[in-house]
Design a protein around this ligand. Structure first.
Ligand code: G1P
Length: 302
């Protein structure tokens, strides 16, 4: 009899990147701490994991990332001061980020790529399926993705990745897959994978986005994966091995996501995200939208 599927409980969030696109802001402070309105980008990702029931979070950090670890820890001094001042509203906000999930961290000694960052999670994860969430991709909390992926993993085993359809000329910014249909709408079987292909060599316009549910067998594959595109150990290359494998953690499915995704790793997209989310907030939205209307009118007139 096949053993019961294991519930996914752990999320791994790679946060060791140098963040060169955001220099000089990211010189001494982590890009993951850049505020999206009034919350650091990475807090949205940890909240998304916790909402899907993944309350054990492992951050893969590197140099200059102390602030990320501190953000999810208690700040007793600040809490005591707010409490003494009777500022209970801010006290709750400060406590919130340390109570979302149990957050651990491990350091990736050298920046050797996403595959290598995931491999740093091996000892913490052990032999159970786990999630990987990339901090640059924010998924709108009104749109479901992780729980759908968890369901697909439970039903089909193996690994599950998230896909979006992109304009063909932009596919070389992403990992790309070849797919075959399944009997479930928006669930595809992955038949091939290639990291950031040239536009004319891409097998499709299905792009991988930063949400993965991985079988633990990925660790053994990653240990043997040679550096690929950009001289880095690529998660996409290791997943291709699992996509080609029958049994032993093999099989990769893709969930096609049609909801709202914000790429905060790109400066222009980051600015758009901040404006969009601020405009939709109950507290800041009305005055901010009024400002935007005036601003655009004056800007166009000048
Ligand atoms: C990584 C992955 C790539 C994926 C992308 C999604 O690339 O290697 O396959 O499409 O994330 O954001 P990065 O953007 O870190 O270069």
């Amino acid at each position: 009899m096949p053993s019961a599927p294991v519930t996914v409980r752990k999320a791994v969030i790679p946060a060791a990147g140098l963040g060169t696109r955001f220099l000089p802001a990211s010189k001494a402070s982590p890009k993951e701490m850049l505020p999206v309105v009034d919350k650091p980008a990475i807090q949205y990702v940890v909240e998304e994991a916790a909402r899907a029931g993944l309350d054990d979070v492992l951050l893969i950090t590197g140099r200059s990332k102390r602030a990320v670890e501190d953000h999810f820890d208690h700040n007793w001094e600040l809490e005591a001061t707010l409490e003494a001042n009777g500022d209970l509203e801010r006290l709750a906000i400060v406590r919130e980020s340390s109570d979302i999930a149990t957050v651990h961290s491990v350091r990736q000694g050298q920046p050797k790529g996403l595959g290598h960052a995931v491999l740093c999670a091996a000892a913490h994860v052990g032999h159970e399926p786990f999630a990987v969430l990339l901090g640059d991709d924010l998924i709108d909390e009104r749109d479901e993705l992780l729980t759908t992926m968890i369901d697909v993993q439970r039903q089909r085993g193996g690994s599950v990745i998230a896909l979006i359809e992109v304009p063909p000329e932009t596919i070389s910014m992403y990992g790309c897959v070849a797919v075959a249909p399944t009997d479930t709408p928006n669930v595809l079987r992955i038949t091939d994978m290639v990291e950031k292909p040239a536009v004319d060599e891409a097998p499709s316009n299905y792009a991988i986005i930063g949400r993965y549910l991985l079988a633990p067998e990925i660790f053994d594959v990653l240990r043997k994966t040679q550096p690929g595109r950009g001289g880095e150990i690529q998660l996409t290359d290791a997943l291709k091995v699992l996509a080609d494998r029958d049994g032993d953690g093999g099989g990769v499915h893709g969930v096609l996501f049609r909801g709202r995704r914000y790429d905060t790793g790109d400066r222009l997209e980051y600015l758009r995200t901040v404006v969009l989310l601020a405009s939709e907030r109950d507290d800041l939205g009305p005055p901010f939208r009024a400002f935007l209307r005036d601003f655009v009118a004056t800007f166009d007139a000048s």
